[in-house]
Ligand binder design. Structure first.
Ligand code: SAH
Length: 397
């Protein structure tokens, strides 16, 4: 079976040959193949101007990224067996790296399946589709997941707003089997309960696994502030590693209730404060509170490139508020999951924040996302998480 071709303009094949998987709509030779000939999600063969095969994948005429490559093998179109092979390849990495079955099993483009993300909570899988092409393959995806992992349940968390760019509806729904309301995640030997349908993103932030592991040597005996705490992952890990006290700040009552529940599950006690982070930090400062370790792990402030200036400023203000709460010789863990904010700019925001409050900073560790979120070197968008471990000293102003 050969698929209808999507033909590129002259020289527009270079990026794809260098490893990228996306075709932008202005790269298509629409005089020869009008994009309007396709429906969102149609399977296509992507060919260069001379007709050379580049890959098979899927198209969405309504999206700026109008096509994505799945397979680069002309004789191996993306069918169910193909999905099984890609899933097995993704699983092989995680099974080698993680002693327990809690991780991002599949990370879109980086694992060769653009538009699909799958998280694993033991026998329960949470999957998220972000493109019309993958939406068409839903049944095959579920069948492939069942073949490879034999889960008891699969949930679609197809409720992220970027789906709207592809003209897809937002919904969360059972894809397969039976789903509990909550699942347990194990991380560094500790247990956390997360809500499947109502939680943030797919329920748990696996990308911070290694960074939370890095806490261990910094926290014994220390007082810790976990800002944007969600269900308490950082705070509870800190306490489990010997922190003296930990306070969670988040604007979500449901998240904080789960954080308290999770603390109990691990035999520790946390404090919680429901507040907008900026307001909450100001209030803590006004009360004269001090912490030895402050963790800032906010949602992305720069969701689109045009938000960069405003986002950069928000990171600077947030880091400044965090630093004001640090005792004389403290540790700031400053994260950003905004792809559009380069690491150096976050570091510059930290340095600038330090000068504003007359503190000195030393960068101790710089890190990114855990290995279950591998980066595709040709697709910079796949590398998004920054985590800086910064010593902050000098008397606070
Ligand atoms: N640190 C968490 C992940 C954070 S997710 C972890 O490691 O698991 C982002 C969290 O920020 C969510 O729980 C959300 O409720 C919270 N949030 C978003 N905007 C906020 C704001 N302005 N003030 C306080 N919390 C906020």
């Amino acid at each position: 079976m050969s698929l209808p071709p999507l033909i590129l303009k002259r020289n527009e094949d270079r990026r794809l040959r260098a490893g990228h998987l996306w075709v932008f709509s202005n790269e298509v030779d629409t005089a020869r193949v009008p994009l309007t000939a396709f429906a969102p999600g149609d399977a296509v063969e992507i060919r260069d101007h001379g007709g050379g095969f580049l890959g098979s994948g899927y198209v969405n005429p309504n999206s700026l990224i109008c096509a994505r490559i799945l397979s680069r093998d002309e004789h191996y179109p993306p069918d169910r067996a193909f999905l099984v092979r890609r899933l097995n390849n993704a699983l092989a990495l995680r099974a080698r790296l993680y002693p327990r079955p809690f991780y991002r099993l599949l990370f879109g483009e980086s694992d060769g399946l653009p538009g699909l993300v799958v998280d694993r909570y033991g026998e329960v899988l949470v999957a998220q589709i972000t493109t019309a092409g993958m939406e068409r393959m839903q049944d095959d995806i579920v069948a492939a997941l069942v073949t490879v992992l034999k889960p008891t349940g699969i949930l679609w968390r197809n409720d992220v707003s970027i789906r709207e760019l592809e003209g897809l509806p937002l919904y969360a729904d059972t894809a397969y089997g039976v789903l509990p309301e909550r699942v347990i995640v194990e991380e560094h030997g500790r247990k956390f309960e997360v809500a499947l349908a109502g939680g943030q993103k797919t329920g748990w932030f696996f990308d911070q696994h290694d960074n939370r592991g890095r806490l261990a040597r910094y926290v014994p005996g220390r007082r810790v502030l976990d800002v944007f705490s969600y269900v308490g992952a950082w705070a509870i890990q800190a306490l489990a590693w010997g922190a003296r006290e930990a306070l969670c700040v988040d604007s979500s009552v449901a998240a904080l209730a789960l954080a308290e529940h999770n603390a109990a599950l691990n035999g520790v006690r946390i404090g919680v404060r429901k507040a907008d982070a900026f307001d909450g930090l100001r209030a803590l400062h006004a009360d004269g509170e001090k912490f030895d370790v402050v963790i800032l792990d906010p949602p992305a402030f720069v969701k689109r490139k045009k938000d960069l200036a405003a986002g950069r400023d928000a990171y600077r203000r947030l880091n400044q508020l965090g630093m004001q709460l640090l005792a004389h010789d403290g540790l700031l863990i400053s994260c950003s999951c905004s792809h559009h904010l380069p690491a150096e700019e976050l570091l510059a925001a930290i340095q600038s924040a330090a000068r504003h409050v007359n503190r000195e900073v030393q960068l101790l560790e710089r890190s990114g996302q855990a290995a279950d979120h591998p980066v595709h070197p040709a697709i910079p968008e796949t590398g998004y998480l920054k985590a800086f471990f910064v010593r902050v000293f000098g008397e606070p102003r």
